[in-house]
Design a protein around this ligand. Structure first.
Ligand code: ACO
Length: 381
């Protein structure tokens, strides 16, 4: 009996792992993180609580949470070699996402063999790397992390040099919690493949950053906001978007492999961005920008239905990510590295899960090339 082999381009619909970590229902527009609706965690949880939940399977009690917070807070400082590399990257003006990928690769230089310790180092140090890079490339010195601040607040502090307001911290925590995990997305799958070979956490994370960087995954929020800025005024939205679609270009922040309705994360982040913008205490954003973005979204969804009927192209997580992070004073090229900061605990939780249960991930390919060719000596070709 021959084994049935089915080829699915892009592995669409193929189940390649069982997970307790998150569940995406693309038709209902639902996302569960370790059993909790994303809306609950986004609103109520701190970043450390969600990371703990993914790594331990249950929310921490008070003493577990304060131990976990301390564990991360005491590891934030960067090793000298990592800082040196960041300085060189900043001198050469490499893209921040590439700087993060390079710097992440140095996080096991101390030869720490315990995967749990490597995991804590990665999560604790990602914000320090991104903030140090952001400051160095604009000619400022990196700031030392503040162990009294939580993970999200300390990131904003290290970027801007001032402790954020509670509303700003809440907005960032909502964002980080919203993107912490999302089924078998491309970067998570990459991490699971790497760890399935018995490789190490740092290697898996470096690979995941590489996968996240592309505009069809985590590289879209910067271009999504650039598009809103280029549009500038509500009356320009329709002609601008129509022209883009007529040229065959993709609208960044729209469409998703799994969601055929509005991405629930877009809902959560649009509400979080609205709250932040209303407070009007953000560094660089205002209510007009928020209203313009809503108008652009409306027009984009309408035009996508006209140009790509039957494709159900809706707003994805990246559109409101852009607006929210802009409201927190981040430049567009820091959006993807900040996504990586949020997703890191999810990648690591998948690595742990893969290590516990998984076999080597090794699918097969269907050969569609030529057969029966005969060797031709070099001088006769
Ligand atoms: N704008 C215009 N057309 C689009 C868009 C878009 N944003 N998204 C998909 N399409 C079209 C494609 O051109 C294609 O049309 P065709 O069949 O006429 O050629 C059709 O819809 C299906 O597209 P695929 O690429 O096959 O769909 P896939 O499931 O692979 O794409 C993806 C998902 C990559 C997210 C896509 O929608 C896209 O490129 N969006 C823009 C980039 C973006 O927002 N990325 C962030 C994704 S969210 C995340 O990963 C965190």
């Amino acid at each position: 009996m021959t084994e049935e082999r089915v080829f699915r381009e892009g592995l669409e619909g193929v189940v390649a792992a069982q997970t307790h970590l998150s569940h995406v229902d693309g038709l209902k527009g639902e996302l569960l993180i370790a059993g909790y609706p994303v809306e609950e965690l986004a609103q109520h949880a701190g970043y450390e609580e969600v990371a703990y939940l993914l790594w331990h399977g249950a929310l921490p009690d008070e003493s577990q949470l304060s131990d976990f917070r301390r564990r991360l807070a005491t590891r934030r400082a960067l090793p000298e070699a990592t800082l040196e590399l960041i300085r060189i990257a900043a001198e050469r003006k490499v893209a921040p996402m590439d700087a993060l990928r390079m710097a992440a690769g140095t996080l096991d230089l101390d030869g720490q063999p315990d995967p749990r310790e490597q995991a804590a180092d990665v999560v604790a140090r990602f914000p320090t790397i991104v903030a140090a890079y952001a400051r160095l490339r604009s000619g400022r010195q990196p700031l030392q992390p503040d162990p009294e601040l939580g993970h999200a607040a300390n990131y904003l502090y290290m970027l801007h040099g001032a402790a954020p307001s509670p509303a700003q911290t809440r907005a960032l925590e909502s964002y980080l919690n919203t993107v912490v995990d999302h089924g078998l997305n491309a970067s998570t799958f990459t991490a699971r493949i790497i760890i399935s070979t018995d490789s190490d956490i740092v290697s898996a994370i470096v690979g995941a950053i590489g996968a996240l960087k592309g505009p069809r995954h985590g590289g879209a929020p910067g271009p999504a906001l650039d598009m809103v800025f280029e549009i500038g005024e509500p009356q320009n939205a329709e002609p601008y978007l129509r022209a883009k679609l007529q040229r065959g270009e993709r609208l960044m922040g729209f469409g998703h492999r799994v969601y055929k309705v509005r991405d629930p994360r877009a809902e959560v982040l649009s509400a979080a961005a609205a709250r932040l913008y209303e407070q009007n205490e953000q560094i660089d954003g205002d209510q007009t920008l928020y209203e313009l973005a809503r108008h652009v979204e409306e027009q984009a969804v309408r035009l996508l239905a006209e140009f790509k009927p039957g494709r159900n192209l809706q707003t994805n997580v990246e559109f409101y990510t852009a607006l929210l992070l802009h409201g927190l004073g981040l430049s567009t090229d820091l959006f993807s590295p900040t996504f990586a900061i949020g997703r890191a605990p999810g990648w690591i939780a998948h690595c742990f899960e893969q290590q516990r249960h998984g076999r080597l991930i090794r699918p097969t390919s269907e050969y569609v090339g030529e057969r029966g060719r005969q060797w031709i000596a070099l001088e006769r070709r």
